[in-house]
Ligand binder design. Structure first.
Ligand code: AMP
Ligand code: MG
Length: 350
């Protein structure tokens, strides 16, 4: 397949003409990669079963892992799902923005889009290019992250080009994604109960302002047990894991640097390192490759850099990758959720 790449910096007249062509591709059942404030999405008409199927093929995505449909106004959720007061409160507080809501689906959402589940995931992005594309397409755009299944979600156009050239009709290059981690996903039951399925920029603490009773699905922090069913199918797949094994280190920096120094004697080691610790690690383990990971407290910046670092690490063929264990509060929980998977749940406490 021939993939056209268009670059967009602002929403001028030429851009809108390009987006009209992108919208036409979507309406005709094709695939368009577009930027959002979280990660790049691989979009198709969410109401068209055969277009949705093409998404699974292009990504190599297992057919039981449902898609998120992207809408242009929070009210549009009512066309595709049975919303309730909890939805209205979440929409008012956080939409448009990096939150996805799973609710009981109406019959107009094909089972291919929702992987035969009775529910569907809906999101109203805040990225202006995404908004305009959805508006011009006139249909909800089903879009998972635009990576090959199993590799980190793409946060830069170059990531998308690496994974999706020749697999989609068009790639819209809108620069780096603002946040860089996938959306927060919550499930709303018919009675209004709320369960966090995937943490993101909208935190548990933020959700707690909407309702006191926010449950956190076990799969957010813990490894699934054999045979356990999972509320969000995506959580059961091996995700975000670079080729080299990743270990999360928990302890004082002096012990961490001694440990890394030892490992670096015989292995090609990479370290994700908070800015304040860079000099210390460099001094102890001069042969280790260091990815500066921002200030310890700046989890938004760490989230922004994480997937790019993991992709880069894959190109550099390290033997081992070490990273600090994130805390489980605030945006830290989203980092913890992604990094614990990248590390296949390996934590070294010292
Ligand atoms: P991605 O867009 O690639 O980040 O993946 C979408 C995520 O949303 C996956 O983890 C899916 O399992 C999850 N998801 C989509 N639809 C549903 C649904 N109806 N119920 C639960 N999780 C869902
Ligand atoms: Mg994904």
């Amino acid at each position: 397949m021939n993939t056209e790449i268009i670059k967009i910096a602002s929403l001028d007249e030429e851009t809108v003409r390009n987006l009209e062509r992108a919208a036409k591709i979507i309406k005709e059942g094709g695939l368009v990669v577009f930027p959002t404030e979280t990660v790049y999405g691989l979009g198709a008409d969410g109401t068209n079963a055969s277009a949705a199927k093409k998404i699974y093929e292009a990504k190599g995505r297992p057919s039981d892992n449902p898609l998120i449909i992207h809408i242009n106004s929070p009210d549009d959720a009512k066309r595709y799902t049975y919303t309730n007061e909890t939805y209205d409160a979440i929409a008012k507080a956080f939409m448009p923005g990096p939150i996805t809501v799973v609710m009981r689906a109406k019959d107009n959402v094909p089972s291919e889009t929702r992987a035969s589940l009775p529910t569907v995931a809906v999101r109203c992005p805040s990225n202006k290019i995404a908004n305009k594309l959805i508006e011009l397409a006139g249909v909800p755009i089903a879009a998972p992250s635009a990576n090959l299944s199993g590799s980190p979600s793409p946060t830069k156009a170059s990531h998308v080009i690496d994974d999706m050239m020749g697999r989609v009709d068009m790639i819209i290059d809108g620069g780096d994604c603002e946040f860089g981690l996938e959306s927060t996903i919550v499930k709303i039951e018919d009675n209004g109960d709320l369960t966090l399925l995937r943490p993101g920029k909208i935190t548990v603490e933020d959700l707690g302002k909407i309702t006191k009773n926010v449950k956190i699905a076990d799969a957010v922090t813990d490894k699934l047990k054999e045979g356990e069913t999972v509320l969000s199918p995506g959580m059961k797949y091996r995700h975000y894991a670079p080729k080299a094994p990743v270990y999360l280190l928990d302890g004082e920096i002096s012990k961490i640097s001694d440990y890394i120094a030892k490992r670096a004697e015989s292995s090609h080691v990479a370290v994700l390192c908070y800015t304040d610790d860079v000099e210390h690690i460099k001094a102890c383990a001069p042969s280790a490759f260091i990815y500066e990971f921002g200030d310890k407290e700046n989890e938004l910046l760490q989230a922004h850099m994480l997937f790019d670092i993991l992709r880069d690490a894959d190109k550099k063929s390290f033997d081992e990758i070490y990273a600090p264990l994130p805390r489980k509060e605030g945006v830290g929980l989203a980092l913890y959720n992604r990094m614990i998977r990248a590390a296949a749940y390996h934590i070294i406490r010292m």
